[in-house]
Design a protein around this ligand. Sequence first.
Ligand SMILES: [Zn+2]
Length: 203
Amino acid sequence: MDNLIAGYQRFRETTWPERRRLFETLAERGQSPRAAVLACIDSRVDPAMIFDAGPGEILTIRNVANLAPTYAPDGASHGTSAALEFAVCGLEVSELIVLGHGQCGGIRALLDDAPQTLGAFIGPWIRQADRARRRALECAPAERQLEAEYEAIRLSLDNLMTFPWVAERVAAGTLTLHGAHFAVHTGVLAVLGADGRFTPAVA
Ligand SMILES: [Zn+2]
């Protein structure tokens, strides 16, 4: 914890004075981010850092392997669905981005067919993305990890459309869905095009 407190001290001494007015305004007026990002919990992939976004700019939802579940209003606890509901219905964000990344451990476990050995929660969670595993197995071994990461993003986007309040807003043109992938080793952000392919966001 000591290194975290030291980091907080640096924040308090440098960032806080610079951003104080912004924080005060956000506290007074509340948040109104225009975008929500569904990202992996991986500590190497920080959406705010990647998109150079400040306080109040993006709402971030994180889970293992950046997976959107399907719509399942069954009375059980669904953390990601609750966060999506708040972002879409509460904050009315106009953009929803699924951000995958390279070397994703959750995707690797899925490819290794390891979900059954991953414990009570990770296994069933990762198994949702079995479509990505099947798709990746059609590729050459060297391409499987990346292809599974890509397909998990496409799957999440498909699953998001099973939420009626997402589909309604997309149809009305008030919400746009996007897929993106961040390569940890090169820093390249690739975005999903209408043709289903990922290409670098910046030339
Ligand atoms: Zn990951």
